[in-house]
Design a protein around this ligand. Sequence first.
Ligand code: ADP
Length: 618
Amino acid sequence: MGQRSKEKDLKGVIPGVLRILRNFSPYIRKQRVLIAGSFLALLLETGLRLLEPWPLKYVFDYILIPAHSNSASVATIFGLNQMVLLALSALAIVSITGIGSMAAYLSTYGMSLAVVQVLSEVRGHVFHHLQHLSLSFHQEFKSGDLITRVTADIEKMRLVTIKTALPLFTNTISLVGMSAIMFWLNWELALVAIAIFPLLTLLTSKMISRIRSFAKQHRDSEGVLAATTGETIGAIKVVQVLSLQEMLHGIFAAQNQKSLDEAIESLKLSAALERTVQVLMAIIIAAVLWRGSHVVLHKGLTPGELLVFITYLKNAFEPMRKLSNQVGQIAKATASGERVVELLEYEPNVRDLPGAQKAHPFFGAVRFENVSFGYNTGGEILKDISFVARPGQLLAVVGPSGSGKSTLLSLILRLYDPQSGRIFIDGQDIREYTIDSLRQQISVVLQDSVLFAVSVRENIAYGKLGSSDKEVENAARLANAHEFIMKLPQGYDTILGERGGTLSGGQRQRVAIARAAIRQAPIVILDESTTGLDNASERNVNAALEKLTEERTTFVISHNLKTVQNADLILYVEGGSILEQGTHSELMRLGGHYATLYRLQSIVDDTSPQGDSYAIKA
Ligand code: ADP
């Protein structure tokens, strides 16, 4: 590792940092006054830091050394009496540090404030952006990964920028200043000092790379520990049923030990590095002192100046030593930053067209015209789909699993756009409406409705933001949900568990129906809304759905053909194509796929002990 990887880090960091700055620039620009002010404070701080050892020089050169050498001709400076000079030097030490600290406080606080404000705005923007990215994007990225980008990656940037990048920036400026003064004092001695630094880096780089590799192993082991813990807790029921506790504890203990060993090794190496560096540093200072004393003896430098020189050297050393670690940190934070930027650079591929108009209240006429569609993953999922649904009609989509039924209905919502063909609502291509105004007029009830971990009331009101309590209650009544909601501990104010976990499947579904009902949308989509429910719940939910869909154009996907017999139009879909379409009696007369499936289900239903609904799997 060592040199090579460091070069790679540095090279990789700069374009990354530029890319991040470019993307964040609107937010950075907003903080420009704060940034400029902090920068001025920083310059003041650095200037004062450079001045710090100088009072000592005057005390040495003009008071102490002349006194010791009993020199008759006391050198004076600025025509000052020795005592006055001493007093001024003492005062200077206090005021330089005092003012310097104040400037350092202002610059650190100001810069940090700017950083957190920029990042907080970026985070808000990323969250907003993520919600608008198309479903195809969300299917490509794992949710855990996205969560990490919004939380941990931004946090990493915040920490590293404040704790590493800003100090590095400050130190670099003061290093430049110190080197300039060192060259000005005595270029030859400055060259000696500067030549030694690369040597030091070379000597320590091997140790640093070993520490890094242990630290990496340690981090990996921590990841393994976290994964084992996560898996065990996640499957705790199975673990307890199978009595796997001791066995899993054995595995965990071994991993824990490995992580401990690596941590110890890395601590040991770090401590050794620190001591080694201290000794090397002493050697460098000795060398400069050796050479410097010769220069002083030949009057090339005053003793006080040599003191300043050596103080600078010591001050310069600490930041230099941290440099490689800092570059590593910054490289990591840059990687985090790029992960965030990557999201921002994604454009939603389903978005409002330039001339898109807010939709008028729909009548609910829906027409597909030669629609074909495939997911990014390749392969055509829907082929040349055409059909017409008139306002208020019930349209059923049936067919084997995986034939493309859900995909077909998701196109009406513009969750995806077709690759070819067009979809019309009330005679206008749906891409000519704004997405929000289109989706607001469509209610959807899915098979496994997701409820949020907020109150029942809010869950229902999410269907139409800003709705009144009365509207919520009416929607709940329509969904046959009012009664059971009133029996919950806090009625409508009961907070639901994660993913609505505190309700039964049928109850969740009825809350979801209430959420759909509150929209009073002219178009309703039911995607296997009753699959997986027991008979009693299914009847309850069906009754609610009937009320929900009354006089609205309704699309329903169902595996139970009996429930869709009354549909005005049935589409039989297989392999992404509509093989048959018509009413139940028309399709039965046709005697094709639909009729076969229907008869098959009837036989199964008749011989089944429960004899109710069945899911036909392809
Ligand atoms: P159905 O509703 O009839 O069961 P779907 O519309 O869910 O069928 O799926 C149709 C086909 O599209 C299936 O082969 C499925 O694997 C595929 N598919 C569904 N969703 C996606 C997706 N987000 N990305 C890629 N392929 C998908």
